[in-house]
Ligand binder design. Structure first.
Ligand code: PRP
Ligand code: MN
Ligand code: MG
Length: 196
């Protein structure tokens, strides 16, 4: 285990078993449909890579990057596009692939934006779901695990851009960020600070 990790919350084996199951479910639900998996950069990259290979259907992959403005004490909820999709989605069934839903701000903004482009359907698949930290309500169609309000890293999730390459989801030791006055308020705070 990595020295900065307090506890492994979800092991590599648990992640892979759940992804296999999600892949089977999505394969059934989207059979015969024009499926586009939309990954959000950067956190969802390991998840979308494994999930796509667990889906037994023809599908397309594309990515969007969004960033929210904020500071260490307050998040404004304003989100901007860093990288957009390559093409139109009006002939596609879009499934957004996220690593985690925390406040819900990222997905609230994204679903609002994408719905205005008239996809054939728009659904959300998030590996992790922190349900007691929601500021914006977003409907989650598929999710892997509901987790407590702890700062988690690994399998795509970062603290100050690190730990994304861990193969499991772990709880970060508070000592790693306790001396940092910009201690994150939620999962994307460190990213928000980078944008200021
Ligand atoms: C994180 C995470 C989700 C989002 C969830 O992304 O990957 O996309 O925050 O938080 P929310 O529900 O409160 O909006 P981040 O903005 O840190 O970018 P990253 O994926 O590049 O790490
Ligand atoms: Mn993200
Ligand atoms: Mg982040």
């Amino acid at each position: 285990m990595h020295q900065d990790i307090e506890e492994i919350l979800i092991s590599e084996e648990q992640l892979q078993a759940k992804i296999k199951h999600l892949g089977e479910q999505i394969s059934q639900d989207y059979d015969g449909k024009n499926l586009l998996l939309l990954g959000t950069l950067k956190g969802a990259v390991p998840f979308i890579a494994d999930l796509a290979r667990a889906i037994n259907l023809p599908l397309e992959l594309d990515y969007m990057a969004v960033a929210s403005y904020g500071n260490s004490t307050q998040s404004s909820g304003i989100v901007r596009i860093i990288k957009d999709l390559e093409g139109p989605i009006d002939q596609k069934h879009v499934l957004i692939i996220e690593d985690i839903i925390d406040s819900g701000r990222t997905l609230h903004y994204l679903t609002d934006l994408l719905n205005r482009r008239n996809p054939l359907s728009l659904k959300i698949c998030s590996l992790l779901n922190k349900e007691h930290t929601r500021v914006q309500n977003v409907p989650v169609d598929y999710y892997g695990f509901t987790i407590p309000d702890k700062f988690v890293v690994g399998y795509g999730l970062d603290y100050a851009q690190l730990y994304r390459n861990l193969p499991y989801i772990g709880i970060l030791k508070p000592s790693v960020y306790s001396e940092d006055s910009n201690k994150p308020q939620n999962q994307h705070q460190s990213m928000a600070e980078n944008q200021l």
